[in-house]
Design a protein around this ligand. Structure first.
Ligand code: HEC
Length: 175
């Protein structure tokens, strides 16, 4: 009896742990997903001023993963990114611990259904020792102020406009 109960609670524990694991249609990122982003393939995307961004050369990094093979075929010659895709954008000027660092992770499913569908947004931070941490995450981790038009812009405001490239603005240029 005692053993049966222990076995049952063990099974419940295993089920709980399983829930936290990424599945093919659902991916939740943690700090470890970003820790080595500076070693990933990257592309320079621009340095002209952009609302809510500090000055400097911007780079987009893409985590190499077998899931990348599943890209493409979104119709209209567009792009579709597989669940589990991790993109990091860094505005690189000065020491790395002063950079603005953004990320998008394809969680998949109905996540952020009214915005950049399937994508979760992040603001990251690199500390003086080079460690990467998550400052904020979600569908609205922060807002940028557009001083010219006097409006606040969220990540979704700019990114959902790129419907043909799965909400990724530097779409075809990516590594
Ligand atoms: C003012 C519009 C604007 C806002 C607001 C904005 N972005 Fe972007 N984002 C861009 C543009 C434009 C690019 C294309 C690369 C470039 O030129 O910097 C981009 C690129 C990116 C990329 C690389 C993948 C891609 O789409 O090309 C990530 C990751 C990213 N942004 C994250 C974020 C996050 C997180 C937020 C909110 C905290 C955010 N962005 C808010 C305009 C915006």
């Amino acid at each position: 009896m005692k053993y049966a109960r222990a076995a049952l609670s063990l099974m419940a524990l295993v089920a709980l742990v399983r829930c936290g694991e990424p599945e093919s249609d659902h991916y939740v990122a943690f700090e470890r997903d970003f820790s080595d982003f500076r070693s990933w393939p990257r592309v320079a995307v621009g340095s002209a001023p952009l609302v809510g961004h500090s000055e400097g050369q911007r780079y987009v990094y893409r985590r190499p993963t077998p899931a990348m093979q599943g890209d493409g075929g979104a119709g209209d010659g567009g792009l579709a990114f597989a669940t589990g895709t991790v993109l990091v954008k860094a505005v690189e000027s000065g020491a790395a611990d002063t950079w603005r660092v953004f990320a998008m992770v394809k969680r998949g499913g109905e996540y952020n259904r009214d915005g950049a569908r399937g994508w979760e947004f992040f603001e990251l931070k690199i500390d003086a020792a080079g460690r990467v941490s998550i400052l904020a995450r979600g569908v609205r981790p922060g807002v940028a102020y557009d001083a010219v038009n006097e409006v606040e812009l969220t990540c979704n405001d700019c990114h959902r406009a790129a419907a043909g490239t799965d909400s990724v603005l530097s779409g075809a240029a990516l590594p």
